[in-house]
Design a binder for this molecule. Structure first.
Ligand code: HEC
Length: 462
């Protein structure tokens, strides 16, 4: 009960700021008459049409006047509530690359337009739609590996899959970038992909085993799943698994870093293991999805390969568990945390908070040995659908001896509209099960061992 009150106070702190901003000075800048071609289209084109266009990741378009008028009321609501554009992280806490946050003025314009008859405006003021890249946002890949095509029936619900994408190369090599490209971008929801790296003579055939497992039906435990996918070496031992090599969310493709940073060793024999490949619901038609993975080779070995650790469920060290245990009784709000003291200076590149459907809020920060706090991320309203790998503007130095603390709150009441059970049931983590109806609490950090000057290196895509 106490904790719940703390949480309420936290929200109370945020809401007035937003309200103040919305009713404050911004109103003055809004034109007396707002039209689609002059005012609304430019806002939609810079904030929405990347996803809301034919062939984009959303189910409906906001490109033409007709499109926008049909969805104008809904658009005004979601921008006002800051549900869209999707960006769950609080921009007042920390700033990230490519963050999608609209200005109060732009929100006020959409709102005014939607309540004042949604006029079209002069046709000659209409902008051209920006050009959106096809196939890859990063040029022509050196290799394209197909993901097993997947069939979804009409009107089917969300599916969560574990997908094996094996590959064999003529020789060991290096990649500067690996990216997942969705086939049907409006149903492929997100992917977190790891790479299994084989020693050449320990695995005869990487193409053995099943290719696709449904997390909801097929997998009691991760180890069993790995066996069915044929991942172990021929002698039953396990090869190296490198985490988070190929992640995808609409609008967040492939982690590309400045020259000399990042990159991956690609073994002759390997498997991309797409964890938690999430297909959203389908409309009235059957669909086949044929996604693929693009690989861009590196000319030289990466001199600073990306490293990663995770705390919480299945923590990298076994020493940073979820506390207290992730067992969430029905009709309760449950706070948990996990912490880890880092043994060396590191430079953080990206962070990824991870919870499932009962997630309510998430916060992470580092406590330096001198007592100062380094802010990492605050997500006041958890959104299961938008679990970004957030990239800092510049590498973020965390000094040795700092403790990274991640705090999450779960809502297992009826008030949580995403609660998969009605009435609420006991939910917990089970052997690191990735089923959306089991829970997880993880904070994933990709980093490099610190080098002097890192804090000045911009991570902006070049
Ligand atoms: C990064 C991709 C992305 C961006 C950017 C984006 N959307 Fe969305 N939007 C989605 C997806 C995905 C959905 C889920 C439903 C779907 O697939 O259509 C959605 C849903 C919606 C919905 C329906 C909400 C509901 O509850 O079903 C509205 C309205 C909407 N978006 C408006 C906007 C507006 C207005 C903007 C710009 C200010 C915007 N979106 C920006 C991807 C995006």
């Amino acid at each position: 009960m106490m904790r719940m009150n703390n949480k309420t106070v936290l929200f109370a702190g945020i809401i007035p700021v937003l309200l103040y901003a919305a009713c404050g000075s911004s109103q003055n800048d809004v034109p007396a008459t707002v039209t689609f071609t002059e005012h609304v289209a430019p806002i939609l084109y810079s904030n929405c049409t990347f996803c809301h266009r034919p062939g984009g990741s959303a189910h409906f378009s906001l490109v033409t006047y007709e499109d926008a008028r049909r969805n104008g009321g809904a658009a005004a609501y979601v921008v006002k509530e800051r549900i869209m554009p999707p960006w769950p992280a609080d921009p007042h806490y920390t700033t990230f690359l490519g963050q999608r946050v609209m200005s109060d003025r732009d929100i006020a314009i959409i709102e005014k337009w939607s309540t004042e008859g949604m006029p079209q405006g002069p046709a000659d003021k209409m902008l051209a739609l920006p050009k959106y890249p096809v196939g890859s946002e990063n040029g022509t890949p050196d290799m394209r590996i197909p993901v097993q095509p997947f069939f979804l029936k009409a009107n089917s619900n969300d599916r969560f899959l574990l997908v094996k994408v094996p590959f064999e190369l003529p020789a060991d090599t290096f990649a500067s970038l690996i990216e997942f490209v969705p086939g049907k971008s409006n149903i492929v929801h997100h992917v977190n992909g790891d790479m299994v790296k084989y020693e050449f003579d320990k695995k005869k055939n990487v193409f053995d085993g099943e290719r696709v497992l449904d997390m909801a039906e097929d997998t009691a435990s991760l180890l069993q799943a790995f066996q069915r996918l044929g991942l172990p070496n021929d002698d039953g031992t396990y090869p190296v698994l490198q985490k988070s090599v190929v992640n995808y969310l609409p609008g967040a493709v492939g982690q590309k870093y400045p020259e000399g940073i990042g990159g991956y060793f690609l073994p002759r024999k390997g498997v991309f293991l797409l964890n938690d490949m999430h297909y959203g619901f389908t409309n009235k038609d059957d669909v086949w999805d044929s996604s693929y993975i693009n690989v861009f080779f590196a000319k030289t070995p990466p001199n600073r390969p990306v490293q990663e650790f995770q705390i919480g469920t299945l923590s990298s060290f076994g020493t940073a568990p979820v506390l207290p245990d992730l067992i969430i009784q029905p009709n309760t709000i449950k706070p948990v945390y996990s912490k880890y003291t880092i043994p060396e200076d590191i430079s953080i590149l990206t962070i990824n908070p991870h919870m499932h459907l009962l997630g309510k809020s998430f916060k992470a920060y580092a406590l330096k040995p001198d007592g100062d706090t380094i802010r990492l991320i605050s997500i006041p309203r958890w959104d299961f659908n938008w679990q970004y790998f957030y990239t800092f503007l510049k590498m973020l130095k965390i000094p040795k001896g700092s403790t990274i603390i991640a705090e999450g709150v779960y809502d297992n009441t009826r008030q949580n509209l995403n609660n998969p059970f009605s009435p609420p049931q006991l939910v917990r983590d089970r052997n690191g099960s990735m089923k959306a109806t089991d829970e997880m609490f993880q904070f994933i950090v990709t980093y490099l061992p610190y080098q002097p000057g890192d804090e000045n290196i911009s991570l902006e895509h070049k």
